[in-house]
Each structure stands twice: as C-alpha cells, then as structure tokens.
Design a protein around this ligand. Structure first.
Ligand code: PLP
Ligand code: COI
Length: 341
C-alpha cells in the first residue's frame, strides 16, 4: 500500500476502506453490512451517549513471512464481548457472527495489513453500543455492532524498550464490585485523568492498585501486570482487572518454558522482589518495565539494570510474536489462517 510508512506507525487511527456494521432492532440482529463511511448517525438520546452503554474489543491480524494473514484467539475476544454486553445489559452479539464480521472486514481492508518485515499489524476494533433512545436510566432496545480496522505499530512509543509506570492512590479505574473485569467504555473514561497526569509526568501508564484496600497490584492502564522471580511468572488474581487474552497466553507459554505460574494477590511491596516486570495486552504486547514510582509513598522500584528487557520477558515476547506471525508452530491452536486474503 503506497504512502504508509509501515515501519514507523504508532498506535493511532488511520482511515481504512471499509467497516462492517450490524443493527439490533425488534429483538434481533440483522445482516452484516459493509460501510465506507467513518461516521454513524446516532440518536441524540442514545443510551451509549448518556448512560455509557458501550463495549469494545481489540485484536490483531498479522501478515506472515509466507504472506498468509493470521488472527490471534479471535473467539476469546468474541466471548469477552458477550460478557461485557451481559455486564451492562446490552444485546449480545453471537460469537460465530463476530468471527464472520472480523473475516469480512479483513478481506475488505487487506491492503492495510502491514507487510511482515515491518513488524506492524492491523488492529481490529469491534465495538457494540446502545443506539436506542432513552431518557430514563434503562437499557436500550436497539444496538449497533461494528468492526473497524486500522494499521498500528507499538502502543507505547518505546516499543519493546522498557517503560516507567506510576502508582497514584487517589485514582481508581474501577470499583470493587464494579465493571473492571469487562471491557466497557466507562472504565476507560474513568482512567483518563490519571493517565493524562501520568503522561504529563513522564510515565507510560498508571499501575493501579486494588480499589478496595489499595494493598495489592491490579493492572496497568491498558494492560495486565506480571512480575518474574525465581523462574515464576506471577500475575494478579483480581475481580477488578480485565482478563487479558495476552496474559492468559503468556501464562501458557511460561509454563511451556518450564516456569511456574502464580495467579494470586501481589502486595505492592513485593515489587521490590521481582527480577523482571512487564505489562501485557493486545496493543502493548509485552512492555517491559524499568521503573515504578509509588507516588504517595515516594518510593521507587527499579528493574532492567542494563536498560534492556530481562531474558525471560524477552523469551516470552519472542515466542508470542513468533506464533502470531506464523514463524513458529502453534501447538495450542491460537492462530487462524485466513485463506485468500
Ligand atoms: N487490561 C486492560 C484494561 C485493557 O484495556 C487491555 C486491552 O485489551 C488489557 C488488559 C489486555 O487485554 P488483552 O490481552 O485481551 O488485549
Ligand atoms: C487493547 O490492547 O486492545 C486495548 O484495548 C488497550 C487499549 C488500546 C484500550
């Protein structure tokens, strides 16, 4: 595709040719529709606008050295979107149709799937929101599901270079029994002030603590947390974090590499004991962490003494990417090759 500097893409919106849409009306989902418009015409009283009935997903398509296009664990995103819909009383989009919509949008935008050598990928963003009008606080009876795509490079400008995180106790992204474990728009709105402050102060992201006791690590703004020590991969078990598909995959790869995997509460002070720390997600892949500053206790934790990611994080990163790009075998069947794109 002429005109796109694939190697220097950041994580931002770039117009592509088409998006896929599907309307829920009169109690059922209609046909998938192809649109070349970047806009939606929404009722002024739509529940998405007033009461936050909106959920999204994020997954990626990769073009391999062999020219084939692969998507990673798409069904997990479809299932998680269904859970998000249940969580805020929206009509669920069927898993099978979600996969079909993703395939269609990729076929239609194949020219935007970055070439293998660039290390970039095509980010796929399914979105589902309430379009029906309500002025009282209740769920809509009409919804729009859509899938847009945009080519992306690394989420953090550092790429696989280590980043800094900050802990602020005066902000939460989710309530203890709230919506932190589903991927709804409101969680991200709630994270904007803290995220903006973190960026202004030179950090890549906020590292949130559990909102109830502020004793345990929860997750990074857009990604799950993990720490590595004594050949163990340790990651939080918490009701207020998003169950990351990347983290779930890394746990399996860690086990496969002979590491122990611990999913448990991680007290903040335990940060001082990790040999390596990272945050992980579809957008972030793995972002190694070199420094975490606990703003309230004015305490800092440092990692990556030589300025580079540690060996175990590096190994996990390369294995994950190799599976996603088709460079290595995919023993757990995570990757779907899309024929004819
Ligand atoms: N945590 C949050 C808050 C996220 O927004 C994301 C991104 O989707 C993740 C974690 C990582 O999840 P996944 O690996 O499924 O992309
Ligand atoms: C993702 O990793 O897909 C995300 O959704 C994170 C962020 C862009 C919101």
């Amino acid at each position: 595709m002429d005109g796109i500097d694939w190697k220097n893409l950041g994580f931002s919106y770039l117009k592509t040719d088409y998006n896929i849409r599907c309307h829920f009306r009169d109690g059922q989902w209609g046909e998938l529709e192809v649109s070349s418009s970047e806009h939606v015409d929404v009722h002024i009283a739509a529940t998405a606008l007033h009461y936050g009935q909106s959920a999204f997903e994020g997954l990626k398509a990769f073009r391999g050295r062999d020219g084939l296009v692969r998507i990673f664990r798409c069904e997990e995103n479809a299932k998680r979107m269904a859970l998000s819909c249940q969580g805020i009383l929206m009509a669920e989009f069927p898993v099978k149709r979600f996969r079909e919509a993703v395939r269609r949008v990729l076929q239609l935008n194949a020219r935007f799937i970055p070439p293998y050598e660039s290390g970039a990928s095509l980010y796929i963003r399914p979105l589902l929101f309430g379009t029906g009008a309500n002025i009282g606080v209740k769920a809509a009876t009409e919804y729009l599901f859509l899938v847009l795509v945009t080519p992306v490079g690394p989420y953090f400008k550092e790429g696989f270079k280590p980043v800094d995180l900050v802990i602020f106790r005066q902000y939460d992204r989710a309530a203890p029994l709230g919506t932190g474990n589903i991927k709804i728009a409101g969680n991200y709105a709630a994270s904007l002030v803290a995220g903006h402050r973190a960026h202004q102060e030179g950090y890549a992201a906020v590292l949130y603590l559990d909102p109830k006791e502020k004793k345990y690590l929860d997750e990074g703004g857009p990604a799950n947390f993990f720490g590595i020590k004594n050949n163990s991969y340790v990651t939080p078990c918490s009701q207020t974090i998003l169950p990351s598909i990347t983290n779930n995959s890394l746990m399996k790869l860690a086990e496969d590499a002979g590491m122990r995997v611990e999913r448990r509460q991680i007290p903040v002070e335990e940060l001082g004991t990790f040999e390596e720390v990272g945050i992980c997600g579809t957008a972030a892949v793995i972002s190694p962490v070199k420094r975490i500053y606990d703003h309230d206790l004015q305490k800092e934790y440092r990692f990556c003494p030589d300025g580079e990611a540690g060996p175990l994080s590096r190994n996990l990163y390369h294995r994950l990417r190799a599976i996603q790009y088709g460079d290595e075998a995919d023993p757990l069947g995570w990757v779907e090759v899309l024929e004819g794109i």
